[in-house]
Design a protein around this ligand. Structure first.
Ligand SMILES: Cc1cc2nc3c(=O)[nH]c(=O)nc-3n(C[C@H](O)[C@H](O)[C@H](O)COP(=O)(O)O)c2cc1C
Length: 218
């Protein structure tokens, strides 16, 4: 359980990298790209509304849907996303809009999926094809590029089962972002486990989605 970090980071070098990545993104028209954000129950979930506000401001993203696991909903509220960020948010099957008759419709809607943060639990489910809630079922049904941003304790990150699950996700073609070192609330020490730099793979996936949409319209 590492302290949640938002963009921009405090470290000056990271700031420069983040700004460069965001500037590259802001030169592209990403307003029409459909981004599905899946939030699981890590303490880093607290930072996600702020991150999405920042992403919509800097990258001009206009079409974001958020899915929360039940554990994520214990850490952040739906209103943090609906009222503050202004995006649609779903946690339970009953939250699916009538026109989206199932999670498969939501999965097909997504052009890019971002799992932010990904708990050890959700990483394990994705690695083993377990689909027992709205988030894991929808992620099982997407066919779009998927960026997974783990956030765990360093001990968890180094567990053999976690190493196997991460290797499986990478072998399956998901983009797994390496965690960075941050201050752990649980151990009160600096350790590897905070959400890493997801902006480069996210922007690359969004840009690819935007340009294939443009090619489709030609
Ligand atoms: C305050 C709090 C913080 C937590 N932080 C993390 C975390 O950073 N990483 C993690 O893998 N699990 C963390 N957990 C444990 C997960 O919430 C737990 O494994 C849960 O079953 C995950 O469910 P989900 O993957 O469906 O969201 C935390 C739990 C609590 C109560």
């Amino acid at each position: 359980m590492t302290r949640p970090s938002t963009e921009p980071e405090t470290d000056a070098e990271t700031d420069a990298e983040t700004d460069a990545g965001a500037d590259a993104g802001s030169r592209l028209d990403l307003s029409g790209v459909r981004l599905l954000v899946c939030v699981s129950g890590s303490v880093a979930a607290l930072a996600v509304p702020h991150i999405l506000l920042w992403l919509t401001g800097r990258l001009g993203l206009g079409r974001i849907r958020v899915l929360l696991t039940p554990m994520a909903l214990r850490l952040v509220t739906k209103d943090s996303f609906r009222r503050v960020v202004g995006c649609e948010v779903m946690c339970d099957w009953d939250d699916l809009p009538l026109e989206d008759r199932s999670h498969v419709s939501v999965a097909r809607w997504a052009q890019v999926a971002l799992v932010l943060p990904a708990t050890a639990d959700l990483v394990g489910k994705l690695a083993h094809g377990i689909a027992d809630d709205l988030v894991s079922s929808t992620l099982m049904a997407v066919s779009c590029p998927t960026v997974v941003v783990p956030s765990t304790s360093e001990t968890t990150w180094n567990k053999p089962v976690m190493r196997r699950n991460i290797a499986q996700l990478r072998a399956d073609g998901l983009e797994v972002v390496e965690p960075r070192t941050g201050h752990s609330l649980a151990t009160d020490a600096d350790e590897k486990g905070s959400m890493g730099d997801y902006l480069p793979p996210l922007i690359a996936a969004l840009a690819e989605a935007a340009s294939s949409e443009n090619r489709r319209k030609l």
